[in-house]
Write a protein that binds this ligand. Structure first.
Ligand code: HAS
Ligand code: CU
Length: 581
C-alpha cells in the first residue's frame, strides 16, 4: 500500500512523523542503490582498460595471476559488472525514486527493499562464479560455453529483481490517479513506467532461457541445450536491454536536464511519443544481433533492417527535442548566433557537462548503430572491434555519464553533503568524454581492418600480432590511449563519489531538478493545483493507455519471433557443454 508524502521535503533532523520517516527510508534506499551500482562500476571500470591495452598489444594478464587468469575472465567480469550490475542497480533506484518524488507518493518500500536484496544476492553469486574462473562465458553467456550454476542462478536473480520496480510504479500511479482522476500521467512517471513495462516484457526471453535451459543444465538436470534457440531467446532480451540502459538516461535528459540548464523542455508530447515508440520497437528487433546466424529467411532479415531503423527514429526525435531545449536555455542565458547558445550553457555544472558531452558521443553511437543495423554492412563489422566501438559510445557514455551526472546532484540531495570538488567532477567527465571518444574511434576504425572483438590478441607471439594486425596499428594505439584515459577519468569520478559520501561538507540539500515543459504544470504531486494537461490531445491520451501499448508491443514481438523460432524448434540441436578457458 502506498503512503502519501509531501514532495521535496527534506529534513536532516530525526524523523518526526510517519511521512518524514518514509521520506528518510526512501533516501537511504536510493543511496543504497547508488552505492551498489557505482561499486559494481568500480570493479568493471578497473578491468576495462586492461582490455584496451590488450588491443594495443600489451598483455597485462600474466602479471595479474592469480587474481585474473585470462583476458576472457577479465572481459566477463567487465561486461557483467558494468552491463548488468551497475546499470540495474542505478536504474531500479532511479525509476522508483524519481516518480515517487514527482507524484508525491511513497513507494512500497518492502517491495523496493526486496528488489535490492534479490539483485544483491544475484550479484554476489555471479561475482563468485566469475571470480573463481569457473564462468568465463562473457556477458552474453552463449551456450554451449558452460559456466557454474552460481553464474546462471545469479543472472536469473538479477533479471527477476530488476523487473520489480514495475509493480511498485503501477501501485504509485494507481494511488496518484485516485487523487487526480482524468489527468494524464506526469512525464517522469510516464517515462519510467514505459521503460519498466518494456523491460518486463523483454525479460521473458532471458528468463525462459535461464529457467528452462541454462539453470537446469548447469545443475546437471539436463545434459544438452540448443545453442541457436538459446541465442535467440537471449537477444529477445539482449537487444531491449540496450534500451533499458538508454531510457533511464533519457528520463534525465527529458525530465531534468532542461531545468538544470536553466530552461524548459520544449515538448512534453515528443518525450511521450519517444518513449512509446522505444517501448514498441525495442522488442521485435532482437535478431538484428543474429544477421550472421543461420536458419531464418532473408525476407525476415530485410524486415529486421526496417524495424531496426524504426527503433532508431525515436532517438533522432530525441536529438531534436533535447537539442532545441538546450538551445532555448542557451539563448535565455544570452547565447547568440549559431553556436553561441551552446557555449552559454552552464558548463561549470559537472552534471550538465556530463549529460551534454554524453549526448555528443551518442551522435557517433547512433551512426555506428545504423551501420550495424544495415544487413550488408553488418556482414563487414559483425564480430569485429567495430561493435564494442559502437557500444562504448552508447552504454559506456550515454548511460554511464548520465548516471555519473545524476550522482553529482543526487548524492548532495540524499545526504545533505556538498560535492567535495566540482573541479575534479568536471575533470572526470571531460576526461571520460575524451577517453571514450578516442577509444571508440580506435575500436570502430580497427574493426574496419577486420580486427576481431573478444580476442586475446596480445597473447599472440609478437611477430604474429604484427603480421595480423600491423595495418591497424594506429587505431589500436588509440584504443590503448583511450583505455588509459578512462582509468584516470573513472578514478577521478570515484574519488568525488565516495569522497563526497564520506567527507562532503554538510550543506542544504538541493531539490530534485524536475523540468517544466512548455504549457506543463510546475508540479504534479497529488496535492498540487489541478493540472492543465488534463485537456491533453487525443494522441497523448491514447499513449497514456499503457495496456494498449503493452498489447501492441506483445503482438509485434510475437509476430516477429514466431517465424524465426518456428524452424529452430523443429530442428533442435543437442549440444553438450564446453569449457574453453
Ligand atoms: Fe546497438 C550491437 C544497432 C543503439 C548497445 N549495441 C550493440 C551491442 C551493444 C549495443 C552493447 O543492428 C553489442 C552486443 C554484443 O555484445 O554483441 N544500436 C543499434 C541501433 C541503435 C543502437 C540501430 N546500442 C544502442 C544503444 C546501446 C547499444 C542506445 C546502449 C545503450 N547495435 C545495433 C546492432 C547491433 C548492435 C544491429 C548488432 C551488431 C552485431 O553485428 O553484433 C539506435 O538506437 C541508435 C539511434 C541513435 C541515434 C543518435 C541520436 C543522437 C542523440 C544525441 C543528440 C545530441 C545532442 C547534443 C542533443 C539516431 C540523441 C547537442 C549538441 C550539439 C553539438 C548540437
Ligand atoms: Cu540491438
Amino acid at each position: 500500500m502506498s503512503i502519501e508524502i509531501a514532495a521535496d521535503t527534506f529534513s536532516s533532523a530525526p524523523p518526526q512523523s510517519e511521512s518524514d520517516h518514509a521520506a528518510a527510508s526512501m533516501r537511504r534506499l536510493m543511496l543504497a542503490f547508488l552505492v551498489a551500482g557505482f561499486s559494481a562500476l568500480l570493479v568493471g571500470a578497473t578491468i576495462g582498460p586492461l582490455q584496451a591495452l590488450n588491443y594495443g598489444g600489451v598483455d597485462a594478464y600474466p602479471a595479474l595471476r592469480p587474481l585474473l587468469q585470462s583476458y576472457y575472465q577479465g572481459l566477463t567480469i567487465h561486461g557483467v559488472m558494468n552491463g548488468y550490475v551497475f546499470t540495474f542497480f542505478i536504474t531500479c533506484g532511479l525509476l522508483v525514486y524519481l516518480p515517487a518524488r514527482e507524484l508525491g507518493v511513497t513507494p512500497n518500500l518492502t517491495m523496493w527493499r526486496a528488489c535490492f536484496a534479490i539483485m544483491a544476492v544475484g550479484a554476489l553469486c555471479v561475482l563468485y562464479a566469475m571470480g573463481d574462473n569457473s564462468s568465463s562465458v562473457l556477458w552474453t553467456f552463449y551456450p554451449p560455453l558452460k559456466g557454474s550454476p552460481f553464474f546462471y542462478i545469479g543472472i536469473t536473480l538479477l533479471a527477476l529483481g530488476s523487473t520489480m520496480p514495475l509493480p511498485i510504479l503501477m501501485d504509485m500511479r494507481r494511488t496518484w490517479r485516485r487523487h487526480r482522476p482524468g489527468e494524464i500521467t506526469p512525464l517522469v512517471t510516464y517515462m519510467s513506467l514505459t521503460t519498466m513495462l518494456m523491460w518486463g516484457l523483454a525479460g521473458v526471453g532471458v528468463v525462459a532461457e535461464l529457467v528452462l535451459q541454462l539453470d537446469p543444465w548447469s545443475l546437471g538436470l539436463i545434459s544438452t541445450v540448443d545453442p541457436i534457440i538459446n541465442r535467440t531467446l537471449f537477444w529477445l532480451t539482449g537487444h531491449p536491454i540496450v534500451y533499458f540502459w538508454l531510457m533511464p538516461a533519457y528520463v534525465s535528459w527529458y525530465g531534468l536536464l532542461s531545468r538544470q540548464v536553466g530552461g524548459k523542455l520544449v515538448s512534453d508530447p515528443m518525450a511521450r511519443i519517444t518513449f512509446a515508440l522505444l517501448m514498441i520497437f525495442s522488442l521485435p528487433v532482437g535478431t538484428h544481433h543474429q544477421f550472421s546466424d543461420p536458419g531464418f529467411s532473408s525476407i525476415w532479415r530485410g524486415i529486421l533492417v526496417v524495424l531496426t531503423m524504426s527503433v532508431a527514429t525515436p532517438s533522432l526525435v530525441t536529438a531534436f527535442t533535447i537539442g532545441l531545449s538546450l538551445e532555448y536555455a542557451g539563448r535565455l542565458r544570452g547565447g547568440k548566433g549559431w553556436f553561441g547558445w551552446f557555449r552559454a550553457l552552464p558548463w561549470g555544472d559537472p552534471s550538465v557537462a556530463a549529460q551534454v558531452l554524453a549526448a555528443i558521443t551518442f551522435i557517433l553511437g547512433g551512426a555506428t548503430g545504423i551501420v550495424n543495423g544495415s544487413w550488408q554492412l553488418n556482414a563487414i563489422v559483425h564480430n569485429t572491434t567495430f561493435i564494442p566501438g559502437h557500444f562504448h559510445v552508447t552504454v559506456g557514455s550515454v548511460t554511464a555519464m548520465t548516471f555519473m551526472a545524476i550522482s553529482f546532484w543526487m548524492v548532495p540531495h540524499l545526504t545533505g553533503r556538498q560535492l567535495i570538488s566540482r573541479r575534479l567532477a568536471l575533470f572526470s567527465v571531460w576526461v571520460w568524454f575524451i577517453g571514450m571518444t578516442i577509444f571508440a574511434i580506435g575500436m570502430t576504425w580497427a574493426g574496419l581492418y577486420g580486427v576481431p572483438r573478444r580476442a586475446w590478441v596480445s597473447a599472440l607471439p609478437h611477430d604474429t600480432y604484427h603480421a595480423l594486425y600491423g595495418a591497424a596499428s594506429v587505431p589500436l594505439a588509440l584504443v590503448a590511449i583511450g583505455g588509459v584515459l578512462l582509468w584516470v577519468a573513472s578514478y577521478s569520478f570515484f574519488a568525488v563519489f565516495f569522497g563526497t559520501l564520506l567527507f562532503g561538507r554538510h550543506a542544504a540539500p538541493p531539490p530534485i531538478p524536475f523540468a517544466q515543459s512548455f504549457g506543463g504544470p510546475a508540479s504534479s504531486t497529488i496535492d498540487s493545483p489541478p493540472n492543465p494537461a488534463r485537456f491533453a490531445s487525443p494522441l497523448i491520451r491514447a499513449l497514456d493507455h499503457i495496456w494498449l501499448l503493452t498489447g501492441i508491443t506483445a503482438l509485434a514481438t510475437i509476430a516477429a519471433y514466431i517465424p524465426i523460432l518456428w524452424p529452430f524448434l523443429h530442428h533442435v540441436t543437442r549440444a553438450p557443454g564446453w569449457i574453453l578457458w
